[in-house]
Design a protein around this ligand. Structure first.
Ligand SMILES: Nc1ncnc2c1ncn2[C@@H]1O[C@H](COP(=O)(O)OP(=O)(O)OP(=O)(O)O)[C@@H](O)[C@H]1O
Ligand SMILES: [Mg+2]
Length: 430
């Protein structure tokens, strides 16, 4: 970057030569880091011109891609089926919401008159326990459509942004994930995890209102607002903003109208609210026979707007998340299916890891079933698989690469006692 600046001003006639000198005086050699310097030149510097052409090309290609969007809900669901086990309802609902959203975006790009048309954005709220595929579903959708995607935790936001981040930061993060291309970011997907944590909770002294301000700020974003690329709490960003003041506004702000927001959370306490409203018996559940996690799905899927308001969401906020769907918990046989049939199975990763040391890994069916059962006891959904597999393979991964072993066969007995299996293998090697 330092070199860029030197080259730009080598002719000595540069109109920002004076400003550069002053910057160097103030910031010393670190001034070389300011890549925005060429933006000061009226009529754009050569470097800026080239950058713009590249960005324009990229934009044109991207807009063309959105214009060509012609996926059908069933195709999206079929694609998700390759990676995500179960969650049939969530896949269907998401597939429809995504198609509606991008078809609308496509219409407003293709037809200037469509811009004035009324449209309610299909922002989505995903409910369900940990590790059942909420984030995984959205990641796969963003990958399929090829739009910028960012995942943020709602817990990191504060109302003012002075402590923690302000909600606009998520849009700036989306721009980063689009390699700095603000135009592409305007058609991206923002995934907000842990949204249930910004509900206002009822305490002894009435409602705690800390989450309310964040909700209010969020709902403006979800609808439509212009977000500055430069954070107000970031001094460097403010200098940059001042420097680019003469530039086109569209280069310094992102409009959120076409950004799809998908929020997600576990909503544990919401289950009780719904239960109280409809009564446990009225949906035919016998609490002694059914596992708690399973009936929480049955209740969550019936949550109404009034339940969400009782839970601690502002009516205007929950109103901006009109598409709501609950994800099911995963039992041992679902976890087995994840290991054996998901294209993103974690087991494949282990096979690749061992292949890196020229060791062929195979896992028998009954070992897979054993792993799935142990993982289900963890009660963390598919995340339990990570825990069990890590524990199982830890010592094998450490010891075997330094031996001449070329094959590792995992049996049910080995899952139960990996240490003694490893000992046996190591003895055979010596
Ligand atoms: N239904 C599923 N099918 C296949 N793989 C899954 C499924 N659910 C989870 N996984 C695997 O587990 C990992 C963690 O899941 P994910 O991040 O989607 O959980 P989550 O529902 O978002 O949980 P949390 O509420 O804790 O954020 C995924 O990256 C994926 O590998
Ligand atoms: Mg998640």
């Amino acid at each position: 970057m330092g070199d860029d600046i030197k080259n730009d001003s080598e002719d000595g006639n540069s109109p920002f030569e004076d400003i550069k000198r002053q910057f160097n005086d103030i910031f010393g050699s670190s001034a070389g880091k300011f890549s925005f310097m060429p933006m000061l030149v009226e009529g754009k510097s050569t470097a800026q011109g080239q950058g713009d052409t590249k960005e324009e090309d990229e934009n044109a290609k991207f807009v063309e891609k959105i214009r060509a969007f012609n996926l059908k809900p069933r195709e999206i669901k079929d694609y998700l089926d390759r990676f995500v086990i179960k969650q049939r309802e969530a896949k269907k609902v998401l597939a429809v919401a995504i198609c509606d959203h991008y078809n609308h975006v496509k219409q407003s790009l293709n037809d200037k008159n469509a811009k004035g048309k009324e449209y309610n954005k299909q922002n989505v709220l995903l409910l369900g326990p940990t590790g059942v595929g909420k984030t995984y579903l959205i990641k796969n959708i963003a990958k399929l459509i090829g739009v910028p995607f960012v995942k943020v935790d709602a817990t990191k936001f504060s109302e003012t942004g002075y402590v923690g981040s302000d909600v606009d930061d998520m849009i700036r993060d989306l721009v980063k994930s689009a390699n700095g291309n603000a135009n592409m970011a305007q058609y991206g997907i923002v995934f907000i995890d842990e949204i249930d944590k910004i509900a206002t909770s009822v305490g002894l002294e009435g409602r705690d209102i800390s989450g309310r301000g964040v909700q209010i700020n969020l709902l403006k974003l979800m609808e439509e607002s212009d977000v500055s690329l430069f954070s107000q709490t970031d001094v460097m960003a403010q200098i940059k903003a001042a420097m680019s003041m003469g530039n086109d506004r569209k280069h310094t702000t992102v409009n959120t109208k076409h950004i799809l927001f998908i929020a997600s959370g576990a909503f544990d306490k919401l289950t009780d609210i719904v239960k109280t409203r409809i009564g446990a018996r009225s949906i035919g559940f016998n609490s002694q026979n059914s596992r708690k996690t399973d009936d929480s799905y049955e209740f969550l899927k019936q949550a109404s707007t009034a339940d969400f308001i009782k839970f601690g969401f502002e009516p205007e906020f929950i109103g901006r998340l009109p598409v709501r769907v609950a994800c099911e918990s995963l039992n041992a046989s679902d976890l087995r299916d994840i290991l054996t049939s998901s294209e993103g199975s974690i087991l494949k990763q282990y096979v690749d890891d061992f292949a890196g040391y020229n060791i062929g890994l195979s896992v028998s069916d009954d070992a897979i079933w054993e792993i799935a059962q142990l993982a289900s006891e963890e009660k963390t959904g598919a995340r339990g698989l990570l825990t069990v597999l890590e524990r199982l393979f830890r010592d094998f991964k450490f010891e075997l690469p330094s031996t001449n072993v070329s094959k590792l066969e995992i049996t049910k007995a080995c899952v139960g006692n990996p240490e003694s299996e490893l000992e046996k293998i190591l003895k055979q090697c010596t």
